[in-house]
Design a protein around this ligand. Structure first.
Ligand SMILES: NC(=O)c1ccc[n+]([C@@H]2O[C@H](COP(=O)([O-])OP(=O)(O)OC[C@H]3O[C@@H](n4cnc5c(N)ncnc54)[C@H](OP(=O)(O)O)[C@@H]3O)[C@@H](O)[C@H]2O)c1
Length: 500
């Protein structure tokens, strides 16, 4: 367990959705598990004029909603006493000065300060500037860290503009850019699976691997976030950070040690060696589509009729859109380990199943007994089930020589294992000063460099976007990006390929 200095967590946007659902409950659980330092305070900052008592009652409501089975009263007392509120009305020119005066009381607020900016992206740089203006980012005596929520920019240019604005006031070591995917233990397990086992590393290269699929499929649609989604799309929302980070963990070289700098150096190298998609042949390298009306499996397991994306937009007054709810792309990594191996990255809403996985298909075995003999697959499933599945060919007992595919299926979570939300580990890392699960600016830039040209080319192409029925498998037409005819989209359980 790493030691955490006494500190104050200053939470901007504490009344928002993210804070209610993840941050406050996460901090409470960390406290109950004894992971917060004894001297640690939480100062929630919001526009509204709310008393400390009213704010504490609101926090209790957040915890009651999250922990339906209740919680320990002693844990609650300790946690609630850490919590304070500061009103920061945008109309008050002295609001940040008043906050600085409040925080100056070291008997209540330990002077190492971690700021969590859970606010609209347009507010990130104004808040940093104002904190700096009142000396609250000064590290001459205590550390000062700023966590920036996702997204860090909406394209390369805006990411660089945000970086330029905040680095007037912050050093890189003070900036924690979040991708909450990296807080998932299943994602952290990718590195351990690769490097803590002897059997995988020797075959983790283009000599043995045919291709890799990085998949994030959801059964959910865009819900009431039509405005947000239509200006974002699947590539920006999921692929730009979550899926490219997953790819980096799968493909990077072994870091020289597990220090944050070494891990990030390897991820940066890998992301920078992904070849840009050739825009002159975009249609063989990337595919987009939108869901049409259909039927999906609802959370209660029953079928539910749902509208198409364009119908949902029309309800909210948006009459036309080429924004993708399905995006698939083929990437190549220009290094000796991966030369020639396609990495297929895909993400979609309103699919037949919700699943996040890394599926690795191995090359044909040296001995082919029949045309039906399958190639080996290794699947690292991230969610909903954390498991590792290996498919191997095995003799069917009997007089004939014939094989069938058998699976070694290994759950990576036992019933007795604690379940830690990704925000809990990331909050802890922020206070510990461990940025290894946060993004370096070079990673963010490399990711935008890959995604931006595709987003722009698709936005400029106003021809009708391919439609797929909600609740179906990948559109057959998406197969246009496969390198060879025997490649197919891999799903969570079935072996066979396209079952349209
Ligand atoms: N929700 C999620 O699951 C999720 C997931 C990934 C990333 N994020 C990111 O996390 C951040 C917060 O998300 P959220 O869903 O919690 O947002 P939210 O509920 O819309 O708002 C967060 C806070 O921002 C303040 N705010 C809202 N509208 C404002 C306005 N017009 N002017 C000034 N302040 C305003 C409010 O605080 P006060 O009124 O108290 O000032 C509010 O509590 C965003 O950057 C988002 O992209 C969220």
């Amino acid at each position: 367990m790493k030691k955490i200095d006494p500190c104050t967590l200053v939470l901007f946007g504490a009344s928002g959705n993210l804070s209610r659902v993840k941050l406050m409950p996460g901090l409470f659980r960390l406290d109950a598990a004894g992971r917060l330092p004894e001297h640690m305070a939480i100062l929630s900052v919001g526009r509204g004029d709310v008393s400390r008592e009213a704010w504490q009652a609101d926090i209790k409501a957040m915890l009651d909603t999250k922990f339906k089975k209740g919680y320990d009263q002693k844990d609650f007392e300790r946690f609630i006493n850490r919590n304070h509120y500061h009103a920061n009305p945008p109309t008050d020119p002295d609001a940040f000065k008043k906050m600085q005066e409040k925080l100056a009381d070291a008997s209540i607020f330990p002077q190492n300060l971690a700021y969590f900016l859970s606010v609209r992206p347009t507010d990130f740089s104004p808040i940093v500037e104002q904190l700096s203006g009142v000396g609250l980012l000064d590290e001459s005596q205590y550390w000062r860290r700023v966590l920036i929520e996702k997204p860090f920019g909406t394209d390369l240019e805006s990411a660089q503009a945000l970086q330029a604005a905040i680095t007037k006031h912050l050093k890189e070591s003070q900036i924690y850019r979040i991708d909450h995917y990296l807080g998932k233990s299943a994602l952290q397990n990718i590195m351990l699976t690769r490097f803590a086992n002897t059997m995988f590393e020797p075959i983790w290269n283009n000599q043995y691997i045919d291709h890799v699929q990085i998949t994030n499929n959801e059964t959910l649609g865009v819900g009431d976030r039509t405005q947000f989604y239509d200006t974002t799309g699947a590539l920006r929302d999921m692929a730009q950070s979550h899926l490219l980070q997953t790819l980096a963990l799968v493909a990077m070289e072994k870091p020289k040690d597990l220090s944050p700098d070494s891990i990030r150096a390897e991820k940066i190298k890998l992301l920078q060696s992904i070849e840009p998609i050739p825009l002159t042949d975009l249609k063989h390298n990337a595919f987009r589509a939108q869901y049409a009306a259909g039927r999906v499996c609802a959370a209660d397991g029953h079928g539910e009729n749902v509208q198409g994306y364009l119908e949902e937009l029309a309800k909210d007054g948006i009459t036309a859109s080429v924004t993708e709810t399905y995006a698939a792309m083929k990437l190549f990594i220009n290094n000796p380990r991966w030369k020639g191996v396609p990495f297929y990255v895909r993400t979609a809403k309103r699919m037949h199943e919700g699943n996040t996985a890394i599926s690795i298909r191995f090359k044909k075995a040296p001995m082919q007994l029949s045309a039906e003999q399958h190639q080996n697959w290794l699947i690292l499933n991230i969610q909903p089930h954390e498991c590792l599945k290996m498919e191997v060919e095995s003799k069917i007992p009997g007089l004939d020589i014939a094989t069938r595919t058998m699976a070694i299926d290994m759950p990576q979570r036992l019933a007795s294992d604690e379940s830690i939300d990704s925000y809990e580990s990331l909050l802890l890392n922020l206070m510990e000063g461990d940025p290894s699960l946060y993004l370096h600016i070079s990673e963010v830039e490399a990711q935008w460099r890959l995604i931006d040209p595709i987003v722009k080319a698709w936005a400029a192409d106003l021809s009708t976007v391919h439609q797929y029925v909600a609740g179906s498998h990948d559109p057959k037409e998406s197969g246009v990006i496969f390198e060879s005819e025997d490649q197919f989209w891999r799903y969570s359980i079935e072996l066979g390929g396209d079952k349209h």
